[in-house]
Design a protein around this ligand. Structure first.
Ligand code: UDP
Ligand code: MG
Length: 311
């Protein structure tokens, strides 16, 4: 059995050699047949030089280097495309995903599971990240057809059938947490303790996580549009009832002078509902726009993977 380890790398010069060391140790201890696929996602530091140097010493290393930063989703996709193993494992470069868990993944794979997912707790995480993340999972599970679990991320083993299913989805806006769940197959969860990043800084801040959350909510189905529809319908009915009662009053008692408050509230409320709905519709149109351009997910600048040279 051959394992493909996939590592997205964006400005990780401080972590690369430690990561390589730690992975090599786990893999040789367990005598695994493996390849180590490093995807340089347009790092602006010395990451790619370090990867190339390592690849000259270690024949397990395959690398793909992008022409600019295309984001972690694109990096993972490039890794899956380059993988030739019977199963792939995706790990972060900052050692937040301990390679020591790999033997447990492989054991579960041998039991017959197609997806083995590591689930971390949120111990030691900053409160400003923890609470919004938990809210996000509440919101998204209300909206989405597939069930997303807090703490389950990209750190997982997926078998060849899962890799091929994922590669067959070529949507441009990728939200891999959802894609992994969407393709299905048998799944086993392995809990692990949250660890702090080894060195360097996280590439995700509050705003980029918010963007990510919106992607997650919108990338699955039309439920937000449906919510606008219901909201609009209810408002319309209330307004019609109001107009009707006022009209009846006018017919029987004549026109009342003071109506300022009602008019202002109606205008503001309806304006708000309309803007909100337009925003939701706009988000979908934006997505249709980017899907319809059919641009590639990434541009490869250099690589030692034959299959990726023309991608
Ligand atoms: N990463 C990437 N492209 C990006 C941002 C991040 O390939 O645009 C990689 C990064 O090098 C790391 C992984 O994705 O290996 C997770 O990133 P990070 O640790 O910054 O995220 P966090 O752990 O804070 O969610
Ligand atoms: Mg990290």
């Amino acid at each position: 059995m051959k394992l493909s380890l996939i590592i997205p790398i964006y400005n990780e010069e401080k972590n690369i050699s430690r990561l390589h060391h730690s992975i090599t140790q786990t893999m040789t201890e367990n005598d695994y047949n493996y390849e180590l696929i490093m995807i340089n996602d347009g790092s602006s530091d010395r990451s790619i030089e370090m990867i190339e140097a390592l690849s000259k010493q270690d024949p397990h290393i395959k690398y793909v280097s992008f022409s600019r930063n295309f984001g972690k989703e694109s990096a993972m996709l490039a890794g899956l495309k380059s993988a030739t193993g019977d199963a792939a494992i995706i790990l972060d470069a900052d050692l937040q995903h301990p390679p020591e868990l790999i033997p447990q993944f492989v054991a579960a794979y041998k039991e017959g599971y197609d997806q083995v997912v590591a689930r971390r707790d949120r111990d030691g995480e900053h409160i400003l990240r923890k609470i919004p993340s938990q809210l996000f999972y509440k919101l998204i599970n209300f909206n989405v057809d597939v069930d997303l679990v807090d703490g389950e991320g990209d750190f997982r083993l997926i078998s060849r059938v899962v890799i091929d299913s994922i590669l067959s989805l070529d949507e441009y806006n990728r939200f891999s947490k959802g894609i992994f769940e969407w393709v299905g197959y048998s799944k086993k969860t392995i809990p692990f303790k949250n660890v702090k990043r080894e060195a360097g800084q996280s590439s995700f801040n509050f705003l980029s996580l918010l963007d990510y959350a919106i992607d997650g909510v919108l990338s699955y189905n039309n439920k937000p549009l449906r919510v606008c529809f219901y909201f609009g319908t209810v408002t319309l009915i209330i307004c019609l009832l109001y107009i009707l009662t006022t009209l009846i009053q006018i017919i029987f008692h004549g026109i009342d002078e003071p109506g300022y408050f009602t008019i202002i509230s109606a205008i503001l409320f309806l304006g708000g509902v309309q803007l909100f709905s337009l925003g939701v519709i706009g988000e979908y149109i934006g997505r249709i726009y980017s899907e319809s351009k059919r641009r590639p997910h990434f541009i490869v600048e250099r690589t030692n993977v034959e299959a990726m040279k023309h991608d």
